[in-house]
Write a protein that binds this ligand. Structure first.
Ligand code: SF4
Length: 95
């Protein structure tokens, strides 16, 4: 249903005929970690996330998985080597 509280005009799963059914009756504002994210939208009552009603919960266990401004800290691991193929390769080369 279309939101009539914080983000008027946007479709929201929390909006019911009786009003916003989200915890607290409205979306929660973005937190400092969301600064610079492409999903932050400015509304008359503050800045909110286009995707989540409670942005703080997306940062509880680390980086928000939809954050457009923060890169993942996971480094790509070294290329895996198949031990069987490596053994055959070394036999062919006479090592
Ligand atoms: S997608 Fe994640 S980082 Fe971006 S505004 Fe929403 S909660 Fe914040």
């Amino acid at each position: 249903m279309e939101c009539t509280t914080i983000k008027p005009g946007t479709n929201c799963v929390f909006m019911k005929k009786t009003g916003c059914s989200f915890n607290g009756g409205a979306c929660h504002p973005v937190i400092d970690s969301c600064e610079g994210c492409g999903y932050v939208t400015e509304q008359a009552t503050g800045n909110f996330c286009q995707l989540y009603a409670d942005p703080a919960s997306k940062w509880v266990f680390g980086r928000c998985n939809f954050a457009t401004h923060a890169k993942s800290e996971v480094q790509p691991s070294a290329q895996r080597v198949n031990p069987l193929k490596a053994s055959k390769r070394s036999q062919r080369q006479g090592v």
